[in-house]
Design a protein around this ligand. Structure first.
Ligand SMILES: NC(=O)c1ccc[n+]([C@@H]2O[C@H](COP(=O)([O-])OP(=O)(O)OC[C@H]3O[C@@H](n4cnc5c(N)ncnc54)[C@H](OP(=O)(O)O)[C@@H]3O)[C@@H](O)[C@H]2O)c1
Length: 272
């Protein structure tokens, strides 16, 4: 049995990937920081298909020792992977001067270091037989530098470039795709943010279920980068045509009006 390893499995988009693949009867290996939430998710998924292969292990992706222990434990369990879906991500939208050290370090580690490290761990223990897949959730924010979302967009751009380069190295042995969704109404602060971004905010939206479905289809077709949704294609094209100074003024105007803070949302639900 070869598992799909899903990071950020308990999150809004991660659980949509889990539901989609569970409905297809694919064996899943879930990870996130909370063993309790992972167990609850595994129980829910098994509820609709008692025979499905499902396993989970908690891992804080910002911690290199936890990442090493995660793979050591998976090896002890005799698990073989076929696909990695890296969904975990931290989005904080505010002036960079308002960031504290925690926001800087954690966002960089979860969005980039954790992804690269898990891909390394996945590759070193997965038979690369042409059917192996690496699917990484990037963001439309990778399409342009973004004032007031500067660190997030930089990490997602780095992730996109890493995936495209890696895909060539693994040609014929593994499929590698970085997907770029626009807005996905998952957490409450994201839903509020979408409303405040007016027409383009709404046009960019796809549901978690649509994003999961389009993303899986994209990696199966071995697309290097997949922009999700017609309007997001249009936005990406426009960002290439509009001069940088005009783009920066436009983004500053819109993005400075609102904030989004992953940590305050998480602190509301997670006492640790
Ligand atoms: N929502 C959007 O509008 C949007 C748009 C474009 C791209 N994206 C990307 O889509 C992905 C999922 O976003 P979402 O909207 O589903 O957000 P979400 O519900 O907040 O999920 C984020 C996930 O990241 C995981 N995570 C955060 N810090 C972690 C850490 N230190 N160690 C391990 N896991 C950690 C969380 O896992 P636990 O809390 O269970 O530990 C959670 O499951 C992210 O990569 C995001 O950048 C989102």
């Amino acid at each position: 049995m070869r598992y799909t390893l899903i990071t950020g499995a308990c999150g809004g988009l991660g659980s949509a990937f889990c539901d989609l693949l569970a409905a297809r009867g694919e064996p899943l290996f879930l990870t996130g920081r909370s063993a309790e939430r992972l167990e609850a998710l595994a129980d829910r998924l098994k509820g609709s298909n008692a025979d499905m292969g499902i396993a989970f292990l908690p891992c804080d992706l910002t911690d290199e020792r936890e990442r090493a222990q995660f793979f050591a434990r998976a090896d002890e369990m005799g698990v073989t992977f076929r696909r990695l879906i890296y969904v975990a991500g931290v989005d904080t939208q505010m002036a960079f001067e308002r960031y504290d050290e925690r926001k800087i370090v954690m966002q960089t580690r979860v969005n980039l270091e954790g992804a690269v490290s898990l891909i390394g761990g996945f590759l070193s223990r997965t038979p690369l037989d042409g059917e192996s897949e690496i699917l990484v959730v990037g963001s439309m924010s990778a399409s342009t530098p973004m004032p007031y979302f500067a660190l997030y967009s930089a990490t997602k751009k780095a992730l996109e470039q890493f995936c495209v380069g890696l895909r060539s190295e693994l040609k014929g042995r593994a499929r590698v795709t970085c997907v770029l969704p626009g807005s996905i109404p998952t957490r409450d602060d994201i839903k509020e943010n979408i409303k405040s971004h007016g027409f383009w905010g709404r046009a960019s939206v796809k549901s978690p279920e649509e994003v999961a479905r389009i993303s899986i289809a994209a990696v199966q077709k071995n697309k290097p980068v997949k922009v999700i949704g017609f309007y997001n294609h249009l936005i990406r094209l426009t960002t290439k045509l509009v001069p940088m100074s005009v783009r920066m003024r436009f983004i500053s105007k819109i993005w400075s009006k609102t904030t989004k803070d992953y940590y305050s949302e998480i602190d509301k639900t997670d006492p640790t």
